[in-house]
Design a protein around this ligand. Structure first.
Ligand code: NDP
Length: 454
């Protein structure tokens, strides 16, 4: 194909829209990446003629299956399970499993697509995948969750493997659920292998995996500030979510001298102007995870805090913001409010929490904006290190892992600068979305070129 015959961005997106009807989240994720990639590959013939972006935006396979289980009352329940294996050009498929009623093919395809670039950015040999089910763990007994996990794995086991596809946790899937799924995998196959990450420390898990995503998002934020000659000391931080990522992001913010003042869940957000402390964060961890409580209870428990029902925290004035709950939780109007209130940096702990309009607002305002695929890669990075430890049949020390996580986040930041620095000046504006998209794409694309048309 002559260079002038290249498919342009608009035609490409038209095709993506046509091939993926009723999959808005997936189309949104592809569009966000394609906007930058078309610019980058303009003069790079091989990426065009080998249709690399078109191939990455078509999952290697989409596995969908029925999951039957019995509830405590003896009723038969039927859910849908999925595993999306997006791309394994640079390593086994890798990505979490999400249990949430909002799970559908579009959401998981967007997550598997994003995961492909994120995993490449870490520098570790991992391809991209994602899985899950529309099962709602809220209000279920532990036995019900166990039976569901066992039934889910009874089908999933045939599609995964330590060198094939290595799932992990995500929303609604923590250490307990990984335990139930690993137990069932081992029971069916008779093999003790590193087929899942996020495992318990007694049975092949890695230290700091639980903390890694939230901590990593704060390390990335610290790197962005450092690039501009600033640090986190005294910075007011607005955090959304109150799960694994949010609570650990808040914890690291406190450790580094910042002042997180909000947390949220699907019922609303709490505002604590005095700032969260380690003691308050520990209370939230226990309350949300073990007691399965609501964040609204925080305001009854700690004086000075207020609860705002059915609202997100983006109107609270802050210096930095960390959306750590879910996709599309920060919209264009929220982004405008953050910028107007003086927020200068956003680090996405969640996957695609900012919608396209919000991303465009941040870019136009030239604030520091780290997309999830760069900022929240610390979790999957430590999962990659868990795979290495499993292969070696060893467990590394916490101090070693802390250094590795920090190094990996620094490396991702450097790669973003390489492809995203806009004016070539030290400390100048960096388009982190562009930097992350191009750095992630290039690694996967070059591997694909080496393999020919497969
Ligand atoms: P958790 O299940 O531990 O927590 C999710 C949090 O988000 C809960 O506070 C939940 O509130 C809230 N939430 C869910 N849906 C909504 C909604 N529609 N509106 C407002 N709040 C909502 O999940 P994680 O902390 O693990 O994951 C959070 C995000 O981070 C996800 O986008 C995930 O993909 C991403 N991520 C996670 C990684 C990890 O290592 N865990 C790795 C990389 C990314 P409620 O209790 O009301 O449901």
């Amino acid at each position: 194909m002559a260079v002038t015959d290249h498919v342009n961005f608009a035609t490409f997106m038209e095709g993506v829209n046509k091939r993926n009807p009723h999959q808005p989240e997936f189309v949104q994720a592809v569009q966000e990446v394609a906007e930058d990639i078309f610019d980058f590959i303009q003069d790079k013939e091989a990426y065009h003629s080998e249709q690399i972006l078109r191939r990455i935006a078509e999952p290697d396979r989409v596995v969908s299956f029925r999951v039957c289980w019995e509830d405590d009352a003896g009723n038969v329940r039927v859910q849908r399970g999925y595993r999306i294996q997006n791309n394994n050009a640079i390593g086994p498929y890798k990505g979490g499993i999400r249990f949430h009623p909002s799970v559908n093919e579009s959401v998981l395809k967007f997550l598997a697509f994003e995961q492909t670039f994120k995993n490449a950015l870490t520098g570790l040999p991992m391809g991209g995948g994602k899985g899950g089910s529309n099962f709602n763990p809220k209000g279920k007994s532990v036995r019900e969750i166990m039976r569901f996990c066992q039934s889910f794995m009874t089908e999933l086991y045939r599609h995964i493997g330590a060198d094939v596809d290595v799932p992990a946790g995500d929303i609604g899937v923590g250490g307990r659920e990984i335990g139930f799924m690993f137990g069932q995998y081992k029971r069916i196959t008779g093999e003790f292998t590193g087929v899942l990450t996020g495992k318990g420390l007694e049975w092949g898990g890695s230290l700091i995996r639980t903390e890694a995503t939230g901590y990593g998002a704060v390390y990335f934020l610290e790197n962005m500030l450092k690039h501009r000659g600033q640090d986190l000391t005294g910075k007011i931080a607005v955090v959304s979510g109150s799960g694994n990522v949010a609570t650990h992001a808040a914890e690291k913010l406190v450790q580094l001298g910042a002042k997180p003042v909000t947390l949220s869940d699907s019922g609303g957000f709490i505002h604590d102007p005095d700032g969260l402390t380690q003691e308050k964060i520990d209370w939230v961890k226990t309350h949300k995870t073990h007691r399965r409580g609501r964040i609204s209870d925080y305001a009854d428990h700690f004086t000075g805090a207020t609860f705002h029902a059915n609202a997100t925290p983006w109107n609270v004035p802050c210096d930095v913001a960390l959306p750590c709950a879910t996709q599309n939780e920060l919209l264009g109007a929220d982004a405008r409010a953050l910028v107007a209130n003086g927020c200068t940096a956003v680090s996405e702990g969640a996957n695609m929490p900012s919608d396209l309009e919000a991303v465009h607002v941040f870019k136009a305002a030239k604030i520091m904006f780290a997309p999830g695929k760069a900022a929240n890669a610390g979790g999957v990075a430590v999962s990659g290190l868990e795979m290495s430890q499993n292969s070696e049949r060893r467990s590394w020390k916490e101090s070693e892992l802390q250094v590795m996580l920090h190094d990996i986040m620094d490396g991702i930041h450097d790669r973003c600068i390489t492809y995203g620095a806009q004016d070539g000046k030290a400390g100048g504006y960096v388009d982190y979305v562009k930097g992350a998209n191009i750095a992630g794409f290039k690694k996967v694309a070059d591997a694909m070129l080496a393999f020919g048309v497969v």
